[in-house]
Design a protein around this ligand. Structure first.
Ligand SMILES: Nc1ncnc2c1ncn2[C@@H]1O[C@H](COP(=O)(O)OP(=O)(O)OP(=O)(O)O)[C@@H](O)[C@H]1O
Length: 595
């Protein structure tokens, strides 16, 4: 209940900030609508009694009041709708903006690793529109209902205090309604993982990129049946919750129906005994049926408000999670150049939500101006080391220092502004080709010269030759006239993007050329290494290269062999070959495979 009140209050505050006059008008009109019907009941009773007594004047006045009340009940809500619809419409983008800013504007990627974050985000995505705007309606409805219930209670109490039990009979349906809602909520959260899995499988089956693999491996029907099973699991979970909820709500309504009949009989008995008028019987019949209506609306409004409460609570949870993740306030400026190097001391790391360390006790120096290659088998921890260097996550223990200063003391944005990176799982920006590359350094996105230079450094100019309008070609299948590129071409553009920063302190190339053939990669890195040394002389920039191809790796100044999250060997190619360890073994194996 506290969550409902808190969520309602937060929504009210958003509406107040968005437009005060719309909020005030909505409240006034909704209250007018809600109180009109209970007020029409005594007017109707007076009409009946006056008519029976032959009092034409009294009957006419009462009839006018009834008409006015009915007109207000029929129209005020519609006018209110105009205003609160706009309020809801404004609240949605406001909440969406906050959600986008929270999830994308945070410093790290930690939250993306948490399953409970994924679950809450899914609920938020599904419910945000409905909650923001449906709840604006139910918030105002609830206010109106509160007024209507109060008027009804006073009128009933004047007839017979026992009738006050009638609104009280609304409590069990309310409680059962709440219970039903939490059952549905729990079912929804339980169904989120299988439903996410089903969506993922649907994406795989529908995606042209995976379509090739699925067909070659004959996986289509297996994927379809898995997708169906996951969907069935999610639906079954939801339906089970919904069925239980419906039964609980029906039981609550039945309870109220019995109370309604008893209440009516109470006044009818007094009327038969002559102590009550026909108008009184009419009054109780009308009011009691309204109480029923009010209860149903209150339950619905409460359910809707619970949804709002949950959305707002999820927003608070996400806000708090991201606030916990916020890095400590920076107290050092990012240096203009790296003098000595980057040093990892006793660095260990486990992904958030897991306790298995994937990096253990790493002590490593990446010398300024040098090219360092990380090699090792799949899952060894190479990419994780790169992510730590980019400050996507803080190390669980240990410290990473740049020239003796803890990396965590620099502003995250400042550090990232001096990191250039190309990843194996690169993004495909379906923009103009110039923008798709240029966003690597936003300040130069409008400069065709800077973009061409970056593409040259990435040896990716040839991609432009195939584009009708060169740099100004729209890319991507989402556009009718968009040019679709091959995987290798997209990757070359991503590499060009990584080359947009001309003065990085750290350049990370995490298998950014896996879609290229080994020779192309080798040539690219030869040329690149020469350029990197040049930049290295100027800014002390360190290049970190992750590759499985030893022909590329061997040209690095320092090769680090990562194995099971630990540094197993380090040295130049010649030193490691002479040592005859894991590197020499892997090198020989690959050389034999290519021979
Ligand atoms: N987001 C994540 N959450 C939990 N564990 C992860 C996550 N990403 C990677 N891991 C685990 O961390 C370990 C190291 O993975 P990492 O991607 O760093 O290896 P890698 O050496 O780069 O492998 P590859 O050569 O296949 O790219 C693996 O056991 C992997 O399962």
């Amino acid at each position: 209940m506290i969550e409902v009140v808190r969520g309602g209050g937060e929504l009210f505050a958003i509406a107040w900030r968005e437009s005060r006059y719309r909020l005030v008008l909505s409240v006034v009109l909704m209250v007018a609508q809600a109180s009109a019907m209970p007020l029409a009941a005594p007017a109707l009773a007076a009409l009946a009694d006056s008519a029976l007594a032959g009092d034409v004047r009294g009957a006419t006045t009462a009839a006018v009041l009834v008409v006015v009340a009915v007109i207000a009940a029929l129209t005020a809500g519609h006018f209110a709708h105009i205003f609160y619809f706009e309020l809801g419409d404004r609240a949605v983008p406001r909440l969406e903006r906050e959600l986008i800013e929270m999830t994308n504007g945070s410093a790290g990627l930690e939250h993306h690793e948490r399953p409970e974050y994924a679950d809450k985000l899914q609920v938020l995505r599904q419910e945000l529109h409905r909650a923001a705007w449906g709840s604006m309606e139910s918030l105002l409805n609830s206010l109106g209902l509160l007024v209507a219930i109060s008027i009804t209670a006073v009128l009933l109490a004047r007839l017979n205090p026992l009738l006050l039990l009638l609104p009280l009979a609304a409590v069990p349906p309310l409680l059962l309604g709440r219970r039903a809602e939490s059952i549905v909520n729990a079912a929804r959260e339980r169904s989120a993982p299988p439903s996410r899995h089903a969506r993922h499988l649907f994406g795989l089956v529908a995606n042209p990129v995976s379509a090739k693999e699925l067909r070659v491996s004959g996986l289509e029907s297996e994927m379809r049946s898995r997708q169906r099973r996951a969907w069935d699991d999610a639906s079954e979970e939801l339906w089970r919750g919904e069925r239980r909820a419906v039964l609980l709500r029906a039981a609550g309504q039945l309870f109220f129906a019995v109370a309604y009949v008893l209440g009516t009989l109470l006044v009818l008995r007094e009327a038969v005994a002559g102590s009550r008028s026909v108008g009184d019987v009419l009054l109780v019949l009308t009011l009691a049926s309204q109480v029923n209506q009010q209860v149903t609306s209150a339950v619905t409004a409460l359910q809707e408000m619970q949804r709002t409460g949950r959305v707002m609570a999820n927003m608070r949870w996400t806000r708090a999670l991201l606030a916990r993740q916020a890095p400590p306030p920076p107290d050092r400026d990012v240096p203009e150049r790296v003098r000595d190097g980057i040093e990892l001391r006793g660095v260990s790391f486990a992904y958030p939500g897991t306790d298995r360390p994937v990096i253990s006790d790493v002590d490593l120096t990446l010398p300024a101006g040098g090219t360092v290659a990380f090699v090792g088998e799949n899952g060894a921890g190479k990419t994780t080391l790169v992510k730590l260097l980019c400050r996507f996550y803080p190390a669980t223990t240990g410290v990473i220092e740049v020239d003796g200063t803890d990396l965590a003391r620099f502003p995250v944005d400042g550090w990232r502004g001096r990191v250039a990176a190309g990843f194996q799982d690169f993004a495909r920006f379906e923009l103009l080709a110039r923008e798709s590359v240029g966003v690597g350094e936003l300040a130069d996105v409008e400069s065709p010269g800077a973009v061409r230079d970056a593409l040259r450094r990435a040896r990716a100019e040839d991609v432009l030759d195939r584009l009708e309008d060169g740099l100004e070609t729209q890319l991507g299948k989402s556009y009718a006239d968009g040019a679709e590129l091959s995987g290798g071409q997209w990757q070359k553009l991503a590499l060009g993007r990584a080359m947009m920063r001309t003065e990085p302190l750290l350049l990370v190339l995490d298998e950014p050329t896996s879609a290229l053939d080994a020779q192309a990669e080798h040539r690219l890195f030869e040329r690149y290494a020469a350029g990197a040394r040049e930049v290295g002389r100027r800014t002390g920039a360190i290049t970190v290269l992750v590759s499985h191809r030893f022909s590329t790796v061997r040209m690095a100044d320092l090769i680090v062999v990562v194995d099971g999250g630990r540094v197993r060997e380090r040295g130049s190619h010649d030193e490691l070959m002479a040592a005859g360890g894991l590197y020499a073994e892997l090198y020989a194996m690959q050389a034999a495979a290519y021979a």
